[in-house]
Design a protein around this ligand. Structure first.
Ligand code: ADP
Ligand code: MG
Length: 242
């Protein structure tokens, strides 16, 4: 059974129909990159996947839980879905380590000791262990984003969602964040990544999806989508960004 199943997803904000009819399946361990013009609904789709936005119609099943069922305990489902945002969103008044351990301890999922141990492992994995006692403002954007990834992983998610994780970074810091993501992908994490990093999409994704106007216009292996786009809208978009 696929990890994520999206059927006929529609999302409206008032009269504005942002997502028209999105259909998508993501297999366990698959890395799907989502590309498309600004305003095409990429963030809205990602936010629907973890219940930050409520779908207007259609169904979303993540790891066997139907997010679109009004009776679902969305907080419980969301624990299983890590999300990384463009703007890091670290808690400014907590140290790096506290940022990572706060949620699972507060929710009673881990003792402070267990959370600390896991945080050390994860901070080491993202190359941030030496900054465990620093505060976010003392870190570069790339460092903050690596901490944000460690924080998401601390909850042992089954799925990781990334919304343009490198778009707010200075160019010299993009690589360090992409390398952490690439490693995560190679370790078998199921990932949906909205990105403008076409090189990353080409090299790391198993499948690339092009969204425009609230629909999936084209999808396929990245070599197909990038080298032989079938749809004219995909061709035009790629001509502008590549
Ligand atoms: P993308 O991530 O592809 O740039 P978004 O999903 O952020 O696109 O936005 C798609 C469209 O939905 C835009 O026109 C945006 O203005 C609109 N939109 C997004 N969030 C809201 C909201 N909370 N209320 C009203 N309109 C929104
Ligand atoms: Mg967006």
């Amino acid at each position: 059974m696929p990890k994520i199943i999206v059927k006929n997803l529609q999302k409206k904000f008032g009269d504005l129909e942002v997502l028209k009819d999105i259909n998508l399946e993501v297999e366990e361990g698959e890395v799907v990159c989502v590309i498309g013009p600004s305003g095409s609904g990429k963030s809205t789709m990602l936010r629907c996947l973890n219940g930050l936005e409520v779908a207007t119609s259609g169904s979303i099943v993540v790891d066997g839980h139907e997010i679109t069922d009004p009776k679902v305990d969305i907080d419980l489902v969301r624990r299983n879905i890590g999300m990384v945002f463009q703007q890091f969103n670290l808690f400014p008044f907590m140290t790096v380590k506290k940022n990572v351990t706060f949620a699972p301890v507060k929710l009673g999922l881990m003792s402070q000791e267990e959370a600390d141990k896991k945080a050390d492992e994860l901070l080491d994995r993202v190359g941030m262990l030496d900054k465990a006692d620093a505060y976010p403002r003392q870190l570069s954007g790339g460092q903050q984003q690596r901490v944000a990834i460690a924080r998401a992983l601390e909850m042992n998610p089954d799925v990781m969602l990334f919304d343009e994780p490198t778009s707010a970074l200075d160019p010299e810091m993009v690589g360090e964040v992409l390398r952490v993501m690439e490693k995560l992908a190679s370790e078998g994490m199921t990932m949906v990544v909205v990105t403008h990093e076409m090189g990353f999409a080409k090299q790391v994704s198993d499948r690339t999806i092009f969204i425009d106007g609230g629909v999936v216009v084209e999808e396929g292996p990245p070599e197909e989508v990038f080298n032989h786009p079938k749809n004219e809208r995909t061709q035009n978009f790629l001509n502008m960004v590549l």
